[in-house]
Ligand binder design. Structure first.
Ligand SMILES: Nc1ncnc2c1ncn2[C@@H]1O[C@H](COP(=O)(O)OP(=O)(O)OP(=O)(O)O)[C@@H](O)[C@H]1O
Ligand SMILES: CC(C)(CO)[C@@H](O)C(=O)[O-]
Ligand code: BAL
Length: 297
């Protein structure tokens, strides 16, 4: 079946309802047994997004994706107005991956005149990314809550690459008793190791090649962690190596535990399953690009 696109809230809810009725008959299921998998995105889709759709497809009766460049998660100096868009290619990729429904709202649908209720995950107000992108997680938490209330999915699929976003969303789903299971999915990479990201398109091929060092450095230091006896030394060495490329300015290198909401860890070496995450600015010829990556130790 071809992908169906809905631009307003009433029509996406109606289409989900109709699709559920169809599946009920087709699979001889009760209405409440029909499962919906949801993949929220900001578009300009790549194989990372599609891997989430495929996971959703393998686990659910119906797959819904959304594309919405959410203005409330961008700061004034960020790239809201220039964020890449290619709806034709996005629809094609979603169609190929057999997505059932695409929710494609405009900002006035999500934030109508008079909108004034925001969601703030308190434990996210003072961690890494929140410091460098003030208000970012308030915007993410608000839009994700709204999308979840609209789509009402059984399962939600998000990418590990955005490690702090995963914590933010898991937290809000738990705190607000939203009836959905959160699935955190592996990062899909280029052959060079560079994490696929819509913003990679801001960089030239050569710059993307240089940026693939991020993953190589993360992996190398992960393998050598036992040869360091001090956390600061470990982090300083990673920072130094990343910044040996004059185009790179590190924002943070962090060792943190997922369980504690990415709380910074004093313990070194860190406990298993800690996150080694990096955010940096790559000063490309075209523009300055913020890149993030994470590996699990
Ligand atoms: N390489 C990837 N592998 C798996 N999931 C990914 C990857 N990149 C993004 N995602 C996930 O896709 C969802 C939508 O992300 P988004 O549309 O912001 O893409 P993005 O490529 O991360 O964009 P940006 O370059 O702006 O950070 C998020 O849950 C994100 O974690
Ligand atoms: C989860 C999300 C779609 C909310 O706008 C966005 O932050 C993203 O694409 O990762
Ligand atoms: N995937 C993260 C979305 C953002 O940078 O705003």
């Amino acid at each position: 079946m071809a992908l169906k696109t809905c631009k307003d809230i009433k029509s996406i809810k109606e289409e989900i309802h109709l699709k559920k009725l169809e599946i009920m008959k087709l699979k001889n299921k009760q209405y409440f047994e029909v499962t919906v998998g949801f993949v929220p995105t900001m578009g300009y889709l790549h194989q990372g997004h599609i891997s989430l759709v495929e996971k959703a497809k393998s686990m659910n009766d119906i797959v819904v994706a959304s594309i919405f460049i959410n203005p409330t998660q961008f700061n004034a100096n960020e790239d809201l107005s220039t964020y890449p868009v290619d709806l034709e290619s996005d629809s094609k990729l979603l169609n190929q991956a057999e997505t059932d429904l695409l929710f494609l709202p405009t900002p006035d649908i999500v934030y109508p005149k008079g909108f004034s209720t925001y969601v703030q995950v308190e434990s996210m107000s003072d961690v890494l990314e929140s410091k460098s992108r003030p208000g970012h997680f308030r915007g993410v938490a608000t839009v994700v809550t709204k999308l979840l209330l609209i789509v009402n999915p059984s399962n939600l699929y998000i990418g590990q690459k955005d490690a702090m976003q995963c914590i933010c969303i898991s937290r809000l789903v738990q705190d607000l008793n939203i009836d959905t299971n959160v699935h955190i999915c592996d990062t899909i990479r280029e052959n060079t190791g560079l994490a696929k990201s819509s913003r990679n398109s801001y960089l030239s091929q050569d710059e993307q090649q240089q940026a693939s060092k991020i993953y190589q450095i993360l992996t190398d230091f992960k393998n050598r962690i036992s040869s360091f006896n001090d956390r600061n030394h470990f982090i300083d060495e990673i920072t130094k190596l990343l910044e040996s490329n004059p185009n790179v300015k590190v924002e943070y290198v962090s060792l943190a535990s997922h369980e504690n909401g990415l709380e910074i860890l004093d313990q070194f070496p860190p406990p298993p399953k800690s996150n080694l995450s990096i955010a940096l600015f790559f000063n490309g010829l075209k523009r300055k690009t913020r890149l993030i990556d994470v590996i699990i130790l």
